[in-house]
Design a protein around this ligand. Sequence first.
Ligand code: HEC
Length: 181
Amino acid sequence: MATAKTKLIVKTVCATLITLAIAGALGGFAVLASGIYNVASTSQHLQFVHAILEKGMHHSVRFHARKVITPPLDDKQLVKSGAVLYQANCVECHGAPGVAPRGIGMGMQPVPGPLVDVTSKWDAGQMYWIVRHGIKMSGMPAWEYRMQDEELWQLVAFLQQMPQLSPADYKMLASNQEGEK
Ligand code: HEC
């Protein structure tokens, strides 16, 4: 008798879960198909959508970058070369110490961060992975086919120093033509 009752409870719980899952999927589809969700860059993601995407991006980068082996990055020449590359390729979206992003960077959603907190969010291998592969559906380009591997690491060496640089330091580093390959 007790087993029959338990079976009934299990069946009811399963049926309820399946019905809820189908209703959820249909509800989600209805929202997408209605076009009500606004894809305009002038309208921010809903807070919970943003939180889900951000979390997913963090887990994805951590997982995919787990095998990246970071070479030594202390050499000052690497940082200088990275600054020159950064000024040429990244500043328009991310800005730099004393340099505002240009129109393209200011008009994007998500807004490309100023990268001042980049070292507290990502280690060197993760930064390398992001710069090499880009971030799908965010506007962060992949540089794998536009730069040599050593240039990607020069950028990472620079990014690690950037949060501590004053506008004057940055200007000096980024205009140092010796650093250019
Ligand atoms: C066309 C604009 C654009 C350019 C150019 C660009 N980025 Fe990005 N970048 C983005 C966007 C958008 C994001 C994602 C921001 C987010 O998800 O919050 C991003 C994210 C990043 C992140 C992760 C930041 C974080 O807070 O998690 C790093 C690191 C980064 N970019 C480095 C670079 C470097 C280095 C270059 C130059 C080689 C570069 N980016 C060029 C738009 C750009």
